[in-house]
Design a binder for this molecule. Structure first.
Ligand code: GRF
Length: 197
């Protein structure tokens, strides 16, 4: 990004507490940041991250999936309407707990990132920390990847490893990985946005 470039307009999709979201918003406030967070969207009106985003001065909107029932396409169309209203250029999934349909994924091909709490391609899906412990792995970690139709399968942009130590539980390991996530995602999103301009 050169000195006259505008920061890339990013939306963050969440379903929960939004600690990664908060780390991304904080990075966007650094002078000269490659991106700005123009919108936080949640499928859950109770998501704690909504209040965190608002407290940080970011527009935060819930598009509850439940009234849409099984009509995923209609829910995603409502999300897309919000994204377009804010002229979003890049979407960052951060603990967004719904699998997206090929329609929304296709709409954002090459411009949608996700964070996953494992060293992909190991342990796509859920319960990543318990699976790493059960396998006797020496290390765990997190991955930033582009979103494609296959869950947790897209091209990898960045990874960070953390050690697994004696006595670790899924909870203690999750906490250690989460700290790594908070460093990795802002840097990876920043690098990605810089590569766009
Ligand atoms: C993180 O572990 C992320 O990797 C996973 O969901 C969790 C979200 O945590 N996809 P938070 O809402 O960012 O605190």
């Amino acid at each position: 990004m050169n000195a006259v470039s505008q920061p890339v307009r990013v939306a963050i999709l969440i379903s929960g507490g939004g600690s990664n979201m908060a780390a991304l918003i904080d990075r966007a406030t650094v002078p000269g940041a490659a991106f700005e967070v123009v919108l936080v969207l949640s499928n859950d009106p109770e998501a704690g991250g909504l209040a965190v985003a608002k407290a940080k001065g970011v527009t935060a909107v819930a598009v509850d999936h439940r009234p849409f029932g099984k009509d995923r396409a209609a829910h995603e169309a409502a999300l897309q309407t919000e994204l377009e209203a804010k002229d979003v250029q890049v979407v960052a999934l951060a603990g967004y707990m719904r699998v997206l349909t090929p329609w929304l994924v296709g709409r954002w091909e090459g411009r949608m990132l996700n964070i996953h709490p494992s060293l992909l391609p190991k342990y796509p899906g859920l319960d990543t920390h318990a699976r790493a412990l059960a396998a006797g792995d020496a290390e765990a970690g997190c991955t930033i990847h582009l979103v494609t139709e296959g869950v947790d399968e897209g091209p990898i942009l960045a990874q960070r490893a953390v050690p697994i130590v004696p006595g670790d539980t899924a909870a203690t390991l999750a906490q250690r990985v989460l700290q790594a996530e908070h460093a990795l995602y802002p840097q990876a999103l920043s690098d990605f946005c810089q590569s766009l301009v």
